[in-house]
Design a protein. Structure first.
Lengths: 118, 111
């Protein structure tokens, strides 16, 4: 398993501002993922961040709103830009450890960042 | 489109009860199914299932997968208040694809 540290843990943000969430992993990983979990909802993948390339965004998420950096194999950031109350969510960083082609992969999550936009 | 369905969505029991949580899925080229427990923010890993009929067990929790009928169950025996959480099921498709999460089952265990 991995130790995945996220910060901030929690923040209250003003409408129209931007906030950057940091994710640090204790080992080198190829792929890092950012999820959003809105109140009462399940996890939704925002984007996949590979080191050295542009992040890949899922349908409904765009780079201008959620820019991602991945400067090395242990670190990533997600920025939530021009925030509105609808962005109030838990944002989770995760990493995937690959099994063999015949077995499954496992994903582990950071502690999450709980953002409330007022 | 890949889909994961969990039932019930919410469940209230008393300490000592046994509960069974269900997860059914439709996914292209299934590889694995994972169960997570989410108490506060971050989901914590419980089980990974890849083969049918082989029970995974950890203390009072156990899980099994049926790849023919495309579902898994998570059993919790002798429930405790500390078992109160959201239990998430996630399925992985073909190698390298992303995981698809179900909506979760919110379990409340009353003293």
């Amino acid at each position: 398993s991995a130790v995945i540290s996220q910060k901030p843990s929690r923040d209250i943000c003003q409408r129209g501002t931007s906030l950057t969430i940091q994710c640090q992993v204790d080992s080198q990983v190829t792929m890092m993922f950012w999820y959003r979990q809105q109140p009462g909802q399940s996890l939704t993948l925002i984007a996949t961040a590979n080191q050295g390339s542009e992040a890949t965004y899922e349908s409904g998420f765009v780079i201008d709103k959620f820019p991602i950096s991945r400067p090395n194999l242990t670190f990533s950031t997600l920025t939530v830009s021009n925030m509105s109350p609808e962005d109030s969510s838990i944002y989770l960083c995760s990493v995937e450890y690959w099994g063999t082609p015949s077995s499954g992969n496992t994903i582990y999550f950071g502690e999450g960042s709980w953002l409330t936009v007022v | 489109e890949d889909k994961v369905v969990q039932s019930p969505l919410s469940l209230v029991v008393h300490e000592g009860d046994t509960v069974t949580l269900n997860c059914s899925y439709e996914v292209t080229n299934f590889r694995s199914l994972l169960w997570y427990k989410q108490e506060k923010k971050a989901p914590t890993f419980l089980f990974m299932l890849t083969s049918s009929g082989i029970e995974k067990k950890s203390g009072r929790l156990s899980s099994i997968l049926d790849k023919k009928e495309l579902f898994s169950i998570l059993n919790i025996t002798a429930t405790q208040t500390g078992d109160s959480a959201i239990y998430l099921c996630a399925v992985e498709g073909s190698y390298g694809q992303n995981f698809v999460f179900g909506p979760g089952t919110r379990l409340s265990v009353l003293p």
